[in-house]
Design a protein around this ligand. Structure first.
Ligand SMILES: [Zn+2]
Ligand SMILES: [Zn+2]
Length: 83
């Protein structure tokens, strides 16, 4: 299940909206460097690099704070769920 939520950065205190988690048919990958999000179907053979910065996609990363680029974030309030 993918969750859209308000996250709070534990480093700088910034609050921001982000989505994380996987869908039934697709896995949510995030770019290590710039936090670009891409949904990739579960039966897809390969994961390509980030189209924005060329960084590596990883599964299961927490969202990145857009202000200080920290991933030390906590989910504060869930806004919506998606399967
Ligand atoms: Zn921050
Ligand atoms: Zn990127």
């Amino acid at each position: 299940m993918a969750v859209t939520a308000i996250f709070k950065c534990q480093k700088c205190g910034n609050e921001f909206n982000a989505t994380h988690g996987d869908l039934k048919q697709a896995v949510l990958y995030r770019c290590e460097k710039c936090d670009y999000i891409q949904l990739i179907p579960r039966d897809s053979p390969a994961v390509i690099g980030c189209p924005q910065c060329g960084g590596k996609f990883k599964q299961g990363l927490l969202p990145m704070c857009p202000k200080c680029k920290s991933r030390k974030v906590v989910e504060k309030e869930v806004l919506s769920y998606k399967d």
